[in-house]
Ligand binder design. Structure first.
Ligand SMILES: Cc1cc2nc3c(=O)[nH]c(=O)nc-3n(C[C@H](O)[C@H](O)[C@H](O)COP(=O)(O)OP(=O)(O)OC[C@H]3O[C@@H](n4cnc5c(N)ncnc54)[C@H](O)[C@@H]3O)c2cc1C
Ligand SMILES: *[C@@H]1O[C@H](CO)[C@@H](O)[C@H](O)[C@H]1NC(C)=O
Ligand SMILES: *[C@@H]1O[C@H](CO)[C@@H](O)[C@H](O)[C@H]1NC(C)=O
Ligand SMILES: *[C@@H]1O[C@H](CO)[C@@H](O)[C@H](O)[C@H]1NC(C)=O
Ligand SMILES: *[C@@H]1O[C@H](CO)[C@@H](O)[C@H](O)[C@H]1NC(C)=O
Ligand SMILES: *[C@@H]1O[C@H](CO)[C@@H](O)[C@H](O)[C@H]1NC(C)=O
Length: 500
């Protein structure tokens, strides 16, 4: 890992040991044979709809995932070309009672996905529609579009938008669970930029969901969006570039002896960050020095002059640092780390939490434990402790009751991202034990009274209250019952049909 520059570290994932109790979804019958059903000429699939089966490269492509820990399994895949065919798949699944799973970018890691066995992959990867309306200042994308594909077109037209910090997940996939990122202080969650979506519902029919069309569902998809249907396009508000799209980036490298001093500075000077500043802190094993290192990666959306002023308390520590100015569209790809973190087909185990306050005590205690783990477990040295300090001005500016999203007061995230070589069970066990311990410990200094985590980062063994929020659940359950009464969309942090 020493060869990567750590300016855009983010990470994630899960070995799913404690599966959540699922509502009654369809369960695949072992050896359920979908082939005759899907290949029957009576289906009259559109010319650009393709069906594939195991042992083909098309099937592999339609079922590939970011993490291979406790994955969903498939007996067939379909790459629909039209909304009509998506509707046909939904109706067929309902009549013939087989499970299907919508696939956007394949980066989901909910424990509940492991409950999906021997089903059909509904692969949306060919939906690569992208349109920028300069006059209306909107971007419309299909579910096959990842962040990687929006950076250049938007930038070249003079716009930008809040995104996640990696290039690989589906933009719509990230939106459906909230969508946090460095610009959330300035523009809110990615779902706050949504203006409308097109969705094929559980009845197989296409609908527009917006403030004026199915407003009850509009509330629900913004916070629990994977639960109601298949989204075929989404339209977002975009913003004219600031500072010609130039972004100031600074990385600070500290030895473990200075971690306490660094965390104290973060708590003292950045507990209320300006809206256009963001930090990702990473505790990592440095293979060059064979020691643990703390890296602070700061991004400022504005001029270098202002950035240096705002970052004076960090520069004043005299830590080793490197700074640069990058264009917004190159921010994610130029991190040097993006390609590594985006590698598919790896086993990963992630423990994550929201944080509402920045606690130097909490950070230091967690950092010490990761430091010890990295020294003790050579097989786990690709593991990282990631702490995201993101401002939330524009997130709290959106009225809490206007969407289903429950955690508008958060100011960041903690993720322990364990990684080990496939087959190294001893390191796997040590990782999952420490992950549990660290999650409990960090929760105590997170500013929340429980282990809360927003949908996209959830491991899936948390209570639904700690993912969706107790206040939002009664209304979400009602929506689930109304829009997906057969519980077809039951595998990604599933909502209950009843909640009191
Ligand atoms: C490397 C990496 C970086 C990440 N960075 C961020 C980040 O910066 N901010 C953030 O908030 N989250 C981030 N995440 C979490 C990410 O938002 C979720 O994992 C998300 O579910 C990924 O969506 P996907 O379409 O790529 O994955 P998939 O596995 O394809 O989708 C996950 C689930 O979402 C549902 N779904 C996906 N597409 C559709 C659709 N079009 N219609 C209906 N349902 C759909 C399905 O139920 C599916 O099972 C990151 C994850 C990874 C692995
Ligand atoms: C590891 O440490 C060396 C020496 O301090 C430094 O040059 C290098 O950038 C570090 N590597 C990473 C990945 O931080
Ligand atoms: C599909 O993936 C499997 C498992 O990774 C692999 O063994 C197989 O060779 C692949 N098949 C094709 C045709 O790509
Ligand atoms: C598939 O073909 C139809 C008919 O030509 C077209 O309207 C549709 O956009 C195509 N689908 C995709 C995902 O490109
Ligand atoms: C940073 O915090 C320290 C300790 O509270 C304080 O003395 C200093 O003035 C702060 N710096 C800035 C720029 O606010
Ligand atoms: C950083 O260097 C300056 C100039 O040499 C010095 O005044 C200051 O005390 C140093 N700060 C720390 C935290 O070492």
């Amino acid at each position: 890992m020493a060869r990567f520059r750590l300016s855009s570290l983010l990470a994630f994932l899960c070995v799913l040991e404690n599966a959540v109790a699922l509502p009654q979804g369809y369960s695949g019958e072992p050896n359920f044979n979908l082939k005759p059903l899907l290949t029957d000429p009576i289906r009259k699939w559109s010319l650009n709809t393709t069906v594939s089966f195991p042992s083909s490269s098309a099937f592999n492509a339609s079922t590939e995932r970011w993490t291979i820990a406790d994955p969903p399994t498939y007996v067939a895949a379909i790459r629909p070309g039209t909304e009509e065919d998506i509707g046909k798949v939904i109706n067929l699944a309902k009549t013939k009672r087989f499970p299907f799973l919508t696939r956007g970018g394949g980066h989901g890691y909910a424990a509940s996905l492991g409950e999906f066995q021997l089903g059909l992959s509904l692969d949306l990867s060919q939906w690569e529609y992208l349109e920028i309306d300069k006059k209306a200042q909107t971007l419309t994308v299909g579910p096959g579009i990842t962040f990687a594909e929006i950076f250049d077109p938007l930038f070249n037209d003079g716009f930008y938008i809040q995104t996640g910090s990696c290039s690989c997940p589906s933009m719509i996939g990230v939106t459906l669970g909230g969508g946090i990122g460095r610009l959330m202080g300035k523009y809110g969650l990615l779902m706050d930029a949504l203006q409308s979506v097109r969705m094929v519902g559980a009845d197989g029919k296409v609908m527009t969901v917006s403030a004026t069309s199915h407003p009850d569902l509009w509330w629900g998809i913004r916070g629990a969006g994977a639960n109601f249907g298949v989204i075929t396009s989404a339209t977002y508000k975009i913003h004219p570039l600031v500072n010609s799209g130039n972004v100031f980036v600074a990385d600070f490298y500290l030895p473990p002896e200075r971690s306490r001093e660094y965390f104290n500075m973060v708590e003292a000077n950045y507990s209320n960050m300006p809206a256009n500043l963001a930090q990702v802190m990473v505790g990592i094993w440095n293979r060059t020095t064979s020691s643990v290192q703390l890296v602070g990666n700061w991004v400022y959306y504005g001029t270098e002059k202002e950035a240096r002023k705002v970052l004076a308390p960090v520069f004043n520590l005299n830590a080793t640092s490197s700074t640069r100015i990058v264009q917004w569209n190159k921010l994610v790809s130029s991190s040097g780390f993006d390609e590594f973190i985006c590698q598919p087909n790896q086993p990963r185990s992630l423990f994550s939490l929201n944080q509402k306050i920045y606690s130097a005590d909490g950070y230091q205690a967690g950092f010490k434990k990761i430091e010890k783990y990295l020294y003790d477990h050579p097989g786990g040295r690709d593991t990282t402790l990631v702490i995201e300090n993101f401002p939330n001005q524009a997130v709290v500016a959106v009225p809490d009751d206007s969407t289903a999203f429950p955690w508008r007061d958060f100011k960041g995230f903690i993720q322990v991202n364990f990684a080990w070589m496939a087959g190294d069970e001893a390191t796997a066990r040590a990782s999952n034990k420490l992950g549990e311990e660290l999650r409990n410990q960090f929760a105590a200094t997170s500013g929340y009274s429980e282990k809360t985590v927003f949908v996209n980062y959830a491991r899936g063994d948390e209570s639904i209250e700690n993912i969706y929020g107790k206040r939002k659940l009664p209304r979400l359950a009602q929506l689930k019952k109304k829009y997906d009464p057969s519980n077809l969309f039951a595998y990604n942090h599933p909502l209950p049909m009843h909640y009191h």
